[in-house]
Design a protein around this ligand. Structure first.
Ligand SMILES: C[C@@]1(CC(=O)O)c2cc3[nH]c(cc4nc(cc5[nH]c(cc(n2)[C@H]1CCC(=O)O)[C@@](C)(CC(=O)O)[C@@H]5CCC(=O)O)C(CC(=O)O)=C4CCC(=O)O)c(CCC(=O)O)c3CC(=O)O
Ligand SMILES: NC(=O)C1=CN([C@@H]2O[C@H](COP(=O)(O)OP(=O)(O)OC[C@H]3O[C@@H](n4cnc5c(N)ncnc54)[C@H](O)[C@@H]3O)[C@@H](O)[C@H]2O)C=CC1
Length: 213
């Protein structure tokens, strides 16, 4: 069973070996997370070249060398050469650096999910490597019912939680308030798309905790 995790990568160096379509997709995800991306590949796609030109990735225009993995927290073996990808995986595993292997996932340490992003809210779908296209389609299916408003609701709940943390010292009491808010009626309004009602429900709890506001 794979272990799901959300990593804080901002400012951490990640190495992508290879510069094709697959490398490009992995780099796009890393950049969204604010990682420092190093790319090693004699050739890259136009989009990767653009990122390099804009200083968003550091591109080493050459073939992979074993020492390349040394400075990275995560490594992506994303070339089209199976022997090179296997070599990258070995170099990482010797050094206990986590590696994703695009053509032979079981050699690697982690898989990427298909991700639905709604502000701070993220839904990640993994099929355990069974069918990446199914993961993508399921993400697209979920996107139809989980709209951008879910991101807004999530942020409002985050603000409310900060207020509760500051004003209500008892964790049990805080949890009771949250459970009370996120009860059946809340979900009925949410799935019916009655977002104004949902926001009203949240604001009422703000009012109860902070009557002067
Ligand atoms: C195991 C895993 C390891 C990893 O790469 O992390 C892996 C492995 C492989 N993918 C292959 C093929 C394709 N992968 C995609 C797409 C995506 N692949 C992604 C993840 C993963 N792919 C991990 C498991 C995820 C899970 O658990 O479900 C997504 C979700 C996330 C991402 O990559 O960011 C992203 C969609 C995201 C989005 O759209 O947002 C497409 C379609 C397309 O390009 O749209 C195709 C072509 C169609 C096909 O072949 O099915 C092949 C065969 C290569 C060959 O034939 O040589 C292998 C190797 C193998 O399975 O042996
Ligand atoms: N895991 C996934 O999500 C998917 C994996 N794949 C697999 O990914 C692999 C790569 O696919 P694409 O990006 O489409 O291939 P591609 O042929 O477009 O790109 C390969 C890249 O690897 C680089 N490269 C080759 N040898 C190198 C070396 N020794 N050092 C550094 N860079 C080197 C090339 O310059 C090129 O930029 C394929 O083998 C395919 O089987 C394909 C689709 C999805």
């Amino acid at each position: 069973m794979l272990y799901p995790i959300f990593l804080r990568l901002d400012g951490k160096k990640c190495l992508v070996v290879g510069g094709g379509q697959v490398a490009e997709r992995k780099i796009a995800g890393l950049l969204q997370a604010g990682a420092g991306v190093l790319v090693v590949s004699p050739e890259v796609t136009e989009r990767i070249e653009g990122w390099a030109g804009a200083g968003r990735v550091m591109w080493y225009r050459r073939l992979f060398q074993p020492d390349d993995v040394e400075q990275a927290h995560l490594v992506y073996a994303a070339t089209d050469d199976a022997a090179v990808n296997a070599r990258i995986a070995r170099e990482c595993q010797q050094r206990k650096i986590w590696v994703n292997v695009v053509d032979d996932p079981e050699r690697g340490d982690f898989y990427l999910p298909a991700v639905l992003r709604r502000g701070h809210l993220q839904l990640a779908v993994s099929t355990g490597g069974q069918s990446p296209v199914f993961a993508r389609k399921l993400r697209d299916h979920l996107a139809r019912s989980i709209g951008p408003e879910y991101g807004e609701i999530n942020d409002l709940l985050g603000e409310l939680r900060q207020i509760l943390l500051a004003r209500i010292p008892d964790p049990g009491e805080r949890q009771r308030i949250m459970e009370g808010l996120l009860a059946e009626g809340f979900w009925e309004d949410l799935v019916r798309g009655e977002m104004e009602k949902v926001k009203e429900r949240i604001k009422n709890v703000f009012g109860d905790c902070w009557p002067q506001s």
